[in-house]
Design a binder for this molecule. Structure first.
Ligand SMILES: C[S@@+](CC[C@H](N)C(=O)[O-])C[C@H]1O[C@@H](n2cnc3c(N)ncnc32)[C@H](O)[C@@H]1O
Length: 433
């Protein structure tokens, strides 16, 4: 007789009522056990529907900052300041819009342009006709107006400490990611290591909530290299440098609700199993008189990837992008294969059942919880806590209110400066008792 081992695989499971109950009570939400399954299913669908608006925001960024479809300058703050009059900025935007819409009508193999085409055609706009292309322009102008109005609202709200940590609670869910977030986590891991958190090589299971996909970042990002995710590889690199992990022993899981992000990571894994490295491009704009990178960030950019791959020739930045240095790192296939994407909405779902040996030593979530209100942040923390090992740590760049068994960790806050003008981030560490 042949024996088959029964392997219980963890999959995304909705947060059970008993775990949510204290959070519901603390937040004055009157939802009964009987109502809970329907409430969670509806809310999960609503959260996931926010991705569509994030996609629109990304397409606006591509129109403003992309260089793959136009010879016109990028509409950066610096460029706008140099143009001096708002009419000239408007003319530049419209010249870019003409080129952008012509390019998305015939996107060829350009992934970003294909994405923009799909977004526009989903609105029922036919890009093959002149009328359709005019409609596409009107639609893009409309989205940009929404984005400008929202940015103004966020700029004002950011000044209020009570609003800060839930600032984007009604914003579209974008996939934006850039190196600075991983630099901040590198600094926080350094502080954790110094606090004696984990033994040498003791970190074996890591989760990244919302790894993101660099499309054309809202912070004047680029489109001259393929779409890429950075954080999963950055965290492995940092853990290996700090000797907290031996890469061969590490398994990293990404937890994201974006099908685009999950598909991207899955495709990278498939290519890695055929022996292909994953190449990450690392652009770093040259210092400007009013914007000079912090030397620690520059050092991080220079050493990025040394523990997980090797430097390879970078995709040069086109002249139109301005003065940008680019490094590239080819991440070893064995590292890429250690990364497994899972479709999880961290507010309402967790991987369950997760055997003790598969629970995480470390969970990282940067630039995610800010998209939710305090109630949803507490639900997310309950899900994160459930997946952590005792003693495991959660790192986030927006403070949350810890609920037992989560508590503030020994190296609780790490302030990180990205530039000499003291712009930066703060990473908060919570530990599971
Ligand atoms: C703004 S990006 C941040 C990317 C990266 N962590 C960083 O800081 O650069 C937000 C990411 O979180 C994901 N995300 C947003 N809400 C989520 C949720 N409820 N559960 C899981 N992932 C979520 C998005 O799809 C996206 O990949």
């Amino acid at each position: 007789m042949r024996l088959f081992a029964l392997v219980l695989l963890a999959s995304a499971t909705l947060i059970p009522y008993e775990d949510a109950k204290p959070i519901l009570e603390a937040n004055g939400r009157n939802i009964s056990a009987a109502e809970w399954p329907a409430w969670v299913a509806k809310r999960n669908a609503e959260i996931r529907a926010r991705l569509a608006q994030g996609d629109e925001d990304s397409v606006v960024n591509l129109w403003l900052y992309g260089t793959s479809f136009t010879k016109w300058p990028r509409v950066t703050d610096r460029e706008a300041a140099q143009l001096a009059s708002s009419e000239k900025v408007q003319d530049l935007l419209l010249a870019r819009l003409d080129d952008f819409v012509a390019a998305i009508a015939k996107p060829g193999t350009n992934e970003r342009l294909q994405f923009a085409r799909d977004l526009v055609t989903r609105k029922g706009i036919d890009l093959t006709t002149e009328t359709g292309r005019e409609k596409a322009k009107a639609y893009l102008v409309e989205i940009r107006e929404r984005v400008i109005a929202e940015n103004e609202r966020y700029r004002r709200a950011a000044a209020s400490p009570s609003e800060y940590s839930t600032l984007f609670r009604d914003r579209g869910l974008s996939s934006d990611t850039r190196l600075t977030a991983s630099f901040a986590i590198d600094k926080a891991l350094e502080a954790l290591a110094a606090s004696g958190w984990a033994a040498r090589g003791g970190v074996k299971r890591v989760a990244i909530v919302g790894p993101g996909l660099d499309f054309t970042d809202k912070a004047e990002g680029y489109d001259f290299y393929p779409l890429q995710t950075i954080q999963p590889f950055a965290v492995i690199d940092s853990l290996a440098r700090l000797e907290l992990t031996a890469p061969a022993d590490l398994k990293l899981t990404t937890l994201d609700l974006s099908p685009r992000v999950n598909r991207h990571i899955l495709a990278a894994r498939k290519r890695a199993s055929l022996g292909s490295a994953y190449v990450i491009q690392l652009p770093l704009a040259r210092d400007q008189p009013l914007h000079q990178w912090h030397p620690d960030l520059v050092a991080y950019w220079q050493r990025f990837g040394s523990m997980i791959g090797r430097s390879v020739p970078a995709t040069p930045a086109p002249a139109i992008v301005g003065d940008v240095r680019v490094r590239a790192v080819a991440v070893r296939p064995s590292i890429v294969k250690a990364v497994t994407p899972e479709d999880v909405d961290i507010v309402l779902e967790r991987l369950d059942p997760l055997p003790d040996s598969e629970r995480f030593d470390l969970i990282v979530a940067t630039n995610i919880l800010v998209y939710y209100d305090a109630f949803e942040q507490s639900l997310a923390l309950a899900n994160i806590s459930k997946m952590l090992k005792p003693g495991g740590v959660f790192l986030t760049n927006y403070a949350v209110t810890p609920m037992a068994p989560m508590e503030t960790a020994a190296s609780s806050t790490t302030a990180v400066f990205f530039d000499r003008q003291q712009n930066g981030d703060t990473v908060f560490a919570y530990r599971k008792r």
